[in-house]
Design a protein around this ligand. Sequence first.
Ligand SMILES: Cc1cc2nc3c(=O)[nH]c(=O)nc-3n(C[C@H](O)[C@H](O)[C@H](O)COP(=O)(O)OP(=O)(O)OC[C@H]3O[C@@H](n4cnc5c(N)ncnc54)[C@H](O)[C@@H]3O)c2cc1C
Length: 337
Amino acid sequence: MLIQENISLTSFNSFGCKATANYFCTIKRKNEIDEAISWCEHQEKPFLVLGGGSNILFTKDFDGLVIKMEMKGIQLLKETPREVLISVGAGENWHLLVKYCVQKAWGGIENLSLIPGTVGAAPIQNIGAYGVEAKETIQQITAYDTHTKQWVILDNDACQFSYRNSLFKKEKNRYIIAEVQFLLQKQPTLHTDYGVIREVLHQKQIKQASIEDISNAIIEIRTDKLPDPSILGNAGSFFKNPTVNHEIFNKIKEDHPTLVAFPISNNEYKIAAGWLIEQAGWKGKKQGSVGCYEKQALVIVNYNQATGKEIYNFSEAIIQSVNNMFGIQLEREVNII
Ligand SMILES: Cc1cc2nc3c(=O)[nH]c(=O)nc-3n(C[C@H](O)[C@H](O)[C@H](O)COP(=O)(O)OP(=O)(O)OC[C@H]3O[C@@H](n4cnc5c(N)ncnc54)[C@H](O)[C@@H]3O)c2cc1C
């Protein structure tokens, strides 16, 4: 395993922010993970696991070892007339995996089409979109536990998945995910509950949608709504949708009848963070090289070589202003380094 020094991370993060890793290595095999962690211990340096860099904001250089996951491979472990079980290397590109499964007509992850990043990062925040979350298909995960120096196999329950959260986010930097197993369906129940998906299918006069139709619809919706990071630096949704109780929900609804929210339990509602940010007047707003995307207020964009610090400060100003207006503290979804 080669450890390189002073490597630029600019092309390894979707914001395109300038940052340098003092040490950098790529991982193509499991045993290289043990080696990289031993090296860090020996050198008394911290480590940072990096996938596609599409959910990270570098506000400074990283004085330690950046471990870039490039483990590849899709293996069919089991096939029955109803299901398939596959094992996928952490370094595989997420969208290419979705395309591969769609092509084989294996259902379960088609609503997660076009999400950037790697397979190994998908469980970290339990990626989700258009009514589906990664946790619904993840069967088990093979990870290196950097505390015990053991390889562990974690089943779905052990991963403690919830909305944009998991064991891996709670115990930050403890586990390095090497492989993820997905259980996919040959006759899946398709998720078309989102109005926009139904609209696209209707426009195309598709009555009996296939897995591929759903994937194509999602790609069309996302391409129209979200900025392409290769053109305009961003990390998708910068904030999580906050949860509020019935009382707060009622109060906001009374003052703002257009409130966008949906119930998640008897007494709890999830409020669309994009709606809060828009109400606070940030949608389309630009300060220097940083801005709030004009088509989706949840997305912060780097218009022209903004630094990670500038983007962070912009996000801080949004948090403050939403708090002043609604008394709700937004939480960042993006990982800040
Ligand atoms: C345009 C755009 C749209 C997006 N849309 C969505 C969306 O709809 N839904 C959604 O949930 N997300 C979305 N995202 C966010 C992002 O794509 C996902 O969070 C994705 O899973 C990040 O993958 P990555 O490989 O780029 O992770 P990175 O950004 O490299 O890393 C993210 C975190 O995971 C850790 N990590 C990465 N790989 C591993 C590993 N193998 N083992 C242990 N830790 C690891 C990192 O240390 C870091 O803390 C979007 C981003 C963009 C740019």
